[in-house]
Design a protein around this ligand. Structure first.
Ligand code: NAD
Ligand code: IPM
Ligand code: MN
Length: 347
């Protein structure tokens, strides 16, 4: 059980430290943690956000626990050297194409949401976000047009096999839940989305037990706030999934609560909070570590089949919140370590 721990930048190391404490407290036999540098921290030390040595650690591991990367003071660098390339590079290099982002309101904690409790109380959804394609990984550049105007461009595309494999991930996830899959696209405007929709319908023939519906992404953004309880599994592309998952986090209560798993075929995965390095609160001990702690729970469940330990972590987080111990992101006053301590005490 070799787990690579890549803490990264900003609040990344702060929240990862608490998740590591929780993992260690479980005293799982054979668990070994190996640290590696990523992001701006890696750039400063090695001149690259995803050094070869880090990739080697990743490849030799059974799972990765990831904090966050991003450092505004490095945003002037050419894109290949920016901190974000660490997480993008790991996802691509390791074939982590299926990003699972669950958003569930804990029982009794409906009022953490900015939505009315009768609306938020029904939230139990899973966003299955494609992670290796779309406008993220297409050709891109800036150029000067003949008339002298500067132009930036990014190519959006999906090949059918890329859509097919995330479709299967979406249908399988729906089979394991309530059997409803909503594919979110922008097929009324984008060719990329039309192909996406066509392939979703083709793949649906293999899953007669799952009900497939389609929704345009603008409507989905609206419905997520109006009636989030109507969603079960959402399958969508890289960009739309990025945006909708941040939105879903607020429907639950805070971006500091949402965990994620980025999976290849098989058991290997990278686990990280959906939030970033939060430079505005970094170094102050204010970050909510729960999203990272819950990501560690997903790691134990998906990569190692340790359902009981995963459930223990989730219950400890829920109990901490139920006891009113909340970070500033949820209107409370508990700091990062205090929240870590509280989760440990309830483990
Ligand atoms: P962000 O998610 O870092 O922060 C958005 C807001 O949410 C901020 O106000 C922040 O303080 C708050 N927040 C985030 N996580 C929190 C937590 N655990 N507890 C309490 N509050 C929290 O997004 P941003 O500000 O747009 O981006 C900051 C940097 O992070 C950028 O460089 C961006 O590229 C990067 N980023 C990285 C990842 C990743 O590593 N996977 C994800 C998103 C953003
Ligand atoms: C996320 C982040 C990343 C993304 C960035 C940092 C590249 O926003 O993990 O959600 O857009 O995928
Ligand atoms: Mn994001």
């Amino acid at each position: 059980m070799r787990i690579a721990v890549f803490a990264g930048d900003g609040i990344g190391p702060e929240v990862t430290e608490q998740a590591v404490r929780v993992l260690q407290a479980l005293e799982i036999e054979g668990m070994e943690l190996v640290e590696g540098d990523v992001g701006g921290a890696a750039y400063r030390r090695h001149g690259h956000p995803l050094p070869e040595a880090t990739l080697d650690i990743a490849r030799s591991a059974d799972a990765i626990l990831f904090g966050a990367v991003g450092d505004f003071s490095l945003d002037h660098l050419e894109r290949a050297l920016r901190p974000e390339q660490a997480v993008l590079g790991l996802r691509k290099e390791l074939g982590l194409f299926a990003n699972l982002r669950p958003a569930t309101v804990f029982k009794g904690l409906e009022d953490l949401s900015t939505l009315r409790p009768e609306v938020s109380g029904k939230i139990d959804l899973l966003i299955v976000r494609e992670l290796n394609g779309d406008v993220y990984f297409g050709e891109k550049g800036t150029r000067t047009l003949e008339d002298g105007r500067r132009q930036g461009w990014d190519m959006m595309s999906y090949a059918e096999d890329e859509v097919r494999r995330i479709a299967h991930a979406g249908f399988k996830a729906a089979q394991g839940r309530s059997g409803r899959l909503c594919s979110v696209d922008k097929a009324n405007v984008l060719e990329t989305s039309q192909l996406w929709r066509d392939v979703m319908i083709e793949v649906s023939k293999e899953y007669p037990d799952v009900e497939l519906t389609h929704m345009y992404v603008d409507n989905a953004a609206m419905q997520l706030v109006k009636n989030p309880g109507a969603f079960d599994v959402i399958v969508t592309g890289n960009l739309f999934g990025d945006i909708l998952s941040d939105q879903a986090s607020m429907c639950v209560g805070s971006i500091g609560l949402l965990a994620s798993a980025s999976l290849a075929e098989g058991k290997f995965g990278l686990y990280e909070p959906i939030h970033g390095s939060a430079p505005d609160i970094a170094g102050k001990g204010l970050a909510n570590p729960m999203a990272t702690i819950l990501s560690a729970a997903m790691l134990l469940r998906h990569s190692f089949g340790l359902e009981e330990q995963a459930a223990r972590i989730e219950a400890a987080v829920a109990a901490t919140l139920a006891d009113g111990i909340k970070g500033g992101d949820l209107g409370g006053s508990a700091g990062t370590k205090e929240i870590g301590d509280a989760v440990l005490a309830r483990l």
